[in-house]
Design a protein. Structure first.
Length: 166
């Protein structure tokens, strides 16, 4: 499974720098993000970027779409199994795990997909908004993911509530 994930990532991302190499760049070469984002590098090119734009959009839609489909199908299988559990306590425990995972997936994909759409179609959007969304995409999912899963623990949940109630 790990090898499949690595191969998928390599086959989808390897063509991007190769496609960018063929462009002639004549605009300012300052990136607004602290990391190299494909859409932003494309905007610096003086050449026709339609092929890169279409490829990047297709890869994003396929990646997010395929991941979402597989996650949805796995949730259907999990819910089918959870609904067959006779014990009410075990049912709620399994459902709690599913909800936490679903929240973590939403936290990961929502900023990434939003940033991609804004870079592709938000020509009139504020550059500051794009920068902030880029940092949210980069920092929030890894920071919030442990919090989402730790909220399931009653001990941690009560401690977090105590911190915010004071």
């Amino acid at each position: 499974m790990g090898l499949v994930c690595i191969l998928r990532g390599v086959t989808m991302m390897l063509p991007l720098p190769i496609l960018l190499k063929w462009f002639r760049y004549c605009r300012v070469n300052v990136l607004s993000h602290s990391y190299c984002m494909h859409q932003e590098v494309m905007k610096m090119a003086c050449s026709d970027i339609r092929v890169n734009n279409i490829y990047g959009l297709i890869i994003t839609v396929l990646t997010v779409g395929l991941d979402s489909l597989l996650i949805f199908l796995s949730y259907l299988m999990i819910l089918k199994t959870v609904l067959s559990i006779a014990s009410h306590k075990e049912f709620l425990r399994a459902l709690n795990t599913c909800v936490s995972h679903f929240c973590a997936v939403l936290l990961f994909y929502t900023p990434e997909f939003s940033l991609t759409l804004i870079h592709r179609f938000g020509k009139g959007s504020s550059p500051l908004f794009q920068i902030v969304l880029g940092y949210i995409n980069l920092l929030v999912p890894p920071l919030i993911n442990p919090i989402v899963y730790s909220v399931k623990s009653k001990h941690l949940c009560s401690r977090i509530i105590r911190v915010f109630v004071k």
